[in-house]
Design a protein around this ligand. Structure first.
Ligand SMILES: *Cc1c(COP(=O)(O)O)cnc(C)c1O
Length: 385
């Protein structure tokens, strides 16, 4: 058995300008990072509120490590469910206004676990075309009838739901779309789902912390609740600045996941100190409204600057502000030109996004300053020449 055909695939990826290389970060998450021995001003982290390296969050992790050690020790249903996990679940239930919440080790696992605990081949799942890969994989793995509707299009969803006669129907959408930054049309999508007795699952990885009252995300942003969105997913590695994920919902939903979600049952719990650190970041995220206000101001400044430069932005009110480029080679070239000026933004290419829609996924953080955004705009102007 040789690996010749694998080598051919790798070579093809390079030819197509789709080859990925990992850059080694030698510093903490912050606007200024050290990458492969050089200092850069970075605009591609999901640490939207600047909590990943917050001194209080770091202190909470350390003191919990002193008390609980490092490893989770086992799955939640055996010996891995520690007091900080339990407290964080209760705090997240309260934060989201749901009866209960359950922790998962990653967002990928939360999505795989939730969809697969709810659906099997007797059911159907309806997904926005631009949903995150973990949601698409979750639907495919479940064996349910798999359908994708047009991006953010309730009519397209309605047509597909109307033709479906399965036992259960689950509509699944990102709350804030991870590569475009736009917000899902949740009121219309939820009305459409309700009309066809379908459940709604929202993965709000990029909404929590950034939008909604006190950072309560896209569902709260629209004033919707558990009757509209029965399955609410959040990840902790983005605005929360830590790691892991949760699903929030009714007592029945969460107990179903405790009993049946395989990615919950057959895996080691996240380190308890990470749960303790997240309790602290949740407090900061909820209370420090200035972080969201600052983000809003930076987003406005960036968008104004781009329109003066004639750059094509997407219709995004969130910290995700992609600059559409089109072809992968061009996205790589602009990213390299920015790097020469000390700005770090990676080019997002297919298959992460559709063919011909390669982009620079600029993300802003409350930890950026106005001057840093201006520096980015200057660098974009030079790179565009
Ligand atoms: C990042 C992300 C995930 C995965 O979360 P991890 O905790 O990083 O595994 C899931 N869904 C969406 C929409 C995401 O952006």
């Amino acid at each position: 058995m040789s690996f010749n055909d694998l080598q051919a695939e790798l070579a093809q990826r390079k030819t197509d300008d789709l080859y990925r290389v990992r850059r080694v970060l030698e510093s903490a998450q912050a606007p200024q990072v050290r990458v492969d021995g050089r200092d850069y001003l970075a605009f591609c982290s999901n640490d939207y509120l600047g909590l990943a390296n917050h001194p209080e969050v770091v202190a909470a992790l350390k003191s919990a490590a002193d008390r609980y050690g490092v490893g989770g020790g086992g799955p939640h249903l055996v010996t891995g469910h520690s007091l900080p996990h339990h407290q964080l679940e209760e705090a997240l239930a309260e934060f989201t206004g749901r009866e209960r919440a359950i922790l998962f080790s990653t967002g990928y696992m939360a999505n795989i676990g939730a969809v697969n605990a709810l659906l099997d081949k007797r059911d159907a799942v309806f997904q926005d075309r631009l949903n995150h890969a973990s949601l698409l994989d979750a639907g495919l793995l479940s064996g349910a009838r798999f359908q994708r509707y047009l991006h953010n299009d309730p009519d397209s969803l309605d047509g597909r739901l109307a033709k479906s006669e399965t036992r259960r129907k689950l509509v699944v959408t990102d709350g804030v779309f991870s590569m475009d930054g736009d917000i899902a049309e949740l009121p219309a999508l939820c009305r459409t789902a309700a009309k066809h007795q379908a459940w709604v699952m929202v993965d709000d990885a990029h909404g929590f912390g950034c939008i909604g009252r006190g950072g309560r995300g896209s569902v709260d942003h629209f004033g919707l609740g558990n009757d509209d969105v029965q399955v609410l997913v959040g990840t902790l590695g983005k605005a929360f600045g830590t790691a892991g994920a949760f699903v929030a919902g009714s007592e029945t939903l969460i107990e179903t996941l405790v009993q049946f979600a395989r990615t919950y049952i057959y895996t080691t719990s996240m380190p308890p100190a990470v749960a303790a650190a997240t309790l602290t970041s949740l407090k900061l995220l909820e209370r420090e409204e200035w972080r969201r206000e600052k983000l809003t101001a930076l987003i406005g400044r960036f968008r104004d600057g781009c329109s003066q430069l004639g750059l094509e932005l997407m219709d995004s009110p969130t910290p995700i502000q992609p600059i559409m480029v089109g072809e992968s080679d061009r996205a790589l070239a602009i990213s390299a030109a920015l790097e020469q000026q000390g700005i770090f933004i990676s080019a997002i290419r297919p298959p992460t996004v559709a063919q011909g829609s390669a982009r620079l996924r600029v993300t802003l953080s409350a930890s950026h300053s106005e001057q840093q955004v201006d520096r980015l705009l200057d660098a974009l102007e030079i790179a565009g020449r």
